[in-house]
Ligand binder design. Structure first.
Ligand SMILES: C[S@@+](CC[C@H](N)C(=O)[O-])C[C@H]1O[C@@H](n2cnc3c(N)ncnc32)[C@H](O)[C@@H]1O
Length: 325
């Protein structure tokens, strides 16, 4: 999944620095990924730490992280996926509101794929009693549907004509996962509310760094995951979403400082880039008040949807570290 702000390409950089600063062996540590997004950071540390706490305020992210961190060995999943793939397409919420053939005026999926998503999503409800399987199937559907979405990358707009990938038939594929034997926790809350209830060793913070609200950019993933009734708004069919204080210049630094102040964690790491709402020097100044501070930066590719010949292709990705007093 091409996720805004994903740290998938930066995992070696994060791991090397987190291990060096927090003392090497992480096997006795509780690690919290408070802005988990696609979940790639939590997933990569899940087998090395004593336990992991994952959180994100978006429901689609909660679904992905639950599936990646709380799925044990699943029996018979290949047969279930084959049966979902074989369901006859049906005209439900996705086709009616997000496909051109229904007259919705929106072109997020081909008519056939929209109807297939509806059939599969309705089919998944039959497994609701088995939460582990249910979230695993939901996460698998989100990632499978995302592959054939008719967008440049995010769901804040659709393309006028179906791009070649969107013309391909949706194939429901199982999430690539490693069965978990440890007890990891997954939350779907506002980070600033949740922080007071958490305790651990390593807190990794990767908040949004610009004005783009994730709830707007990934609204369709929330709609597929929730599959509830609501009135889609405007040209894009967006649903209502929580605004994040990290996406506003007037509130971002204050919200971040509140997290650092309240955190009951020994080591705190913040990922942020040099084009974000808060400058690196402001983050450094704020963090120095709370303990021993260091930082490191490395060049990193821009998020692809924003590539523009007039802009430089690299940004600097910072990792700010704090050993809290
Ligand atoms: C930069 S992304 C994280 C990317 C993630 N580390 C990855 O590699 O995929 C920021 C995340 O913060 C979440 N978020 C924004 N405001 C939040 C808040 N107040 N509480 C919890 N999560 C929030 C967004 O939904 C988004 O997934």
């Amino acid at each position: 999944m091409n996720y805004i702000g994903s740290k998938a390409q930066l995992l070696p950089f994060l791991r090397a620095n987190i291990e060096a600063f927090a003392g090497g062996d992480l096997s006795s540590k509780v690690f919290c990924d408070l802005f988990a997004g696609s979940g790639c950071v939590g997933k990569s540390f899940a087998t090395d730490v004593r336990s992991l706490i994952s959180n994100d305020q978006e429901y689609y992210s909660y679904v992905l992280n639950r599936a990646m961190l709380q799925t044990g060995i699943l029996e018979g999943v290949d047969e279930i996926i084959a049966s979902l793939n074989a369901l006859p397409p049906t005209q439900g919420i996705i086709y009616k509101n997000y496909c051109e053939g229904s007259g919705s005026g929106r072109n997020y999926f081909s008519d056939r794929n929209g109807q297939k998503i509806d059939a599969m999503r309705q089919g998944i409800e039959a497994y609701k009693e088995n939460e582990e399987l249910y979230f695993f199937l939901l996460a698998s559907l989100l990632l499978s549907a995302d592959k054939v979405a008719n967008t440049a990358s995010v769901y804040s707009a659709f393309l006028k004509h179906l791009k070649p990938l969107a013309q391909e038939e949706l194939c429901f594929q199982a999430l690539d996962y490693q069965p978990m034997s440890k007890l990891h926790q997954v939350f779907c809350e506002d980070a600033n509310t949740l922080i007071s209830k958490l305790e651990g060793d390593i807190l990794y913070l990767d908040p949004p760094y610009n004005r783009r609200q994730y709830g707007a950019n990934y609204h369709l993933l929330n709609t597929i995951a929730r599959y509830d009734s609501f009135v889609p708004k405007g040209k894009t069919g967006v649903r209502s979403y929580e605004s994040s204080p990290y996406c506003k210049t007037t509130t971002a630094l204050q919200a971040l400082e509140k997290l650092i102040y309240e955190a009951k964690f020994s080591y705190i790491f913040i990922s942020y880039n040099d084009e974000g709402i808060i400058s690196s020097s402001m983050i450094a100044q704020m963090m120095q008040k709370y303990g021993k501070y260091e930082s490191i930066k490395m060049p990193h590719h821009r998020f692809k949807a924003y590539q523009n010949k007039l802009h430089k292709h690299y940004i600097y990705e910072y990792l700010h570290f704090l050993e809290k007093f």
